[in-house]
Design a protein around this ligand. Structure first.
Ligand code: ZN
Length: 266
């Protein structure tokens, strides 16, 4: 799907709240306006999707089903800030990174692992001296950060991804905080598709999920940044790209509703 069609399709949700452009990026010799929907509420959930262009399910769930998500949030007085497609030029081409090859996903913060030594991620259990927002990085990341910084941290934040490399139909999640909060969501996911427990999820980083399909990894992503800024519930849901799109939609909705419930708890 080209981005103009995606952008036009999102306009039908404009009646649900404030649909506006939080920025614009130049790629392929053109401007890509960046969209976000704000629906007011007492407590807030931030939703991001489409960091990686070859992971279309999240942006498509939001394009197709955002109305249901907003209804569910309104009924619980949860406000939404939805960034449905972070990386439009990557989405259009089906490439992981943007058209100029920048990697929008992991440049929200940096860790100081020893005095004066900065890195983009932490190994499991690795101690660190401090962290700082990363102010350079890809244009999509800078545009998102500038917009997120306009608001107080939300009560909860969910980032929808997919796994291109893993074979078969599976789901798992990168999470921070109290795992009890996410167990019911994983159980509802398991009613719809298999969970990738004790599975290698990132060979380069030597990273595997635990028996329940959870991964805790400080990777400099928006989710990592949210937990550092004090957001109690923040996660990345992953479904494999081999999973039928309809199943991805259902599982994405399970987690969207679940995160609205978590935000409402606060
Ligand atoms: Zn991804």
């Amino acid at each position: 799907m080209d981005y103009d069609a995606y952008f036009a399709g999102m306009q039908r949700w404009a009646k649900l709240g404030e649909l506006s452009e939080y920025g614009s990026v130049q790629e392929n010799g053109r401007a890509y306006p960046l969209l976000r929907l704000i629906v007011p509420g007492k407590r807030w959930l931030t939703v991001t999707s489409g960091f990686h262009g070859e992971e279309p399910a999240g942006p498509l769930t939001l394009l197709e089903r955002l109305g249901e998500v907003v209804d569910y949030a309104r009924a619980r007085d949860v406000g939404l800030r939805v960034y449905p497609l972070i990386n439009p030029s990557g989405f259009e081409a089906g490439t992981r990174y943007n058209a100029s090859g920048e990697r929008p996903n992991n440049d929200m913060l940096r860790y100081e692992v020893a005095p004066g030594v900065w890195r983009g991620e932490l190994k499991a259990g690795e101690p660190f001296v401090g962290w700082a927002p990363f102010t350079e990085g890809p244009k999509e990341t800078r545009a998102l950060r500038a917009d997120l910084n306009r608001f107080e941290p939300p009560a909860a934040a969910l980032d929808l991804h997919q796994d291109q490399g893993m074979k078969g139909r599976y789901a798992y999640a990168y999470v921070f905080g109290d795992l009890d909060a996410y167990r019911p969501l994983m159980a509802r996911t398991a009613e719809r598709m298999a969970i990738a427990g004790r599975t290698v999820v990132d060979e380069a980083a030597g990273l595997s999920s635990d028996a329940e399909g959870f991964v805790v990894y400080h990777d400099g992503s928006v989710t990592d940044w949210f937990q550092r800024t004090g957001v109690p519930w923040t996660a990345v849901l992953e479904t494999t790209c081999e999973t039928p799109l309809e199943t991805c939609h259902e599982v994405n909705l399970v987690w969207l509703r679940g995160f609205i419930d978590l935000a409402a708890r606060r």
